[in-house]
Design a protein around this ligand. Sequence first.
Ligand SMILES: [Zn+2]
Ligand SMILES: [Zn+2]
Length: 259
Amino acid sequence: MFDYHIHSLVSTDGHDAPLTMAKAAAVAGLQEICFTDHLDYVPDMWYMDFDTGVYRAVYHELQVPGLRIRRGMEFGLTPDNQEQFWKDLKRYPFDFVIGSVHIVAGEDIYFPPYWQGKTVAQAYTRYFEEILACVQAHQGFDVLGHMTYISKARANPTNAPVRLDDVTDLADEIFKVLVQKGIGLELNTSGLGRSGDFLPPPAFLRRFRQLGGEIVTIGSDAHTAERVGEHIPEGLEILKEIFGYVCTFADRKPIFHKL
Ligand SMILES: [Zn+2]
Ligand SMILES: [Zn+2]
């Protein structure tokens, strides 16, 4: 089993030391994990950065018997931060890079201000338009992270997953760009407890596959040791049915594992 979306306290919102998290992964029966700490900032608004020296120091020598450990990051995409992305890519020889959209026009969609003056349908549409703009503007990341992250936003009044029917045309556009650029999709298991389904739900993954998507990873988005590996077995069942495999990464190259 693999968990390819984990935040240790290297991330500004992480809670546990890398060694604690890696040991928890081994206890949970995982064979491989990838740390994906946040680099996500909008000038004067939003700041999630890590110190590259600290990153190097804590991960470089990290070892736990029986566990393969990869080093990655989760970059916060905006339609105009491609140059910043290239700079950040050079900070470390990352194995794996998630591109995620947390912010729309300077507003964190997690919190109420983004939702003010919008119906739920408008909030979803605007978010997916922003994802489309981001994937069109960017390249050079490995997978799109938690595509329906808006489902678990604290300010989302529905407490329910986004359905493919809610955003069909935009999702198709996003998938076509990802496929054309050779970028994969993540199955993020953190939505199960919070909004009742994976991020994104299986229908999205099926559609991505239909449109030619090949690269797919799985991650818990754990910010604490006890969540490492959470719902990974259930997620792998879904990927087995839709793809028949899951990907890990080394030196930014996908490795396909038959399920
Ligand atoms: Zn994220
Ligand atoms: Zn994350």
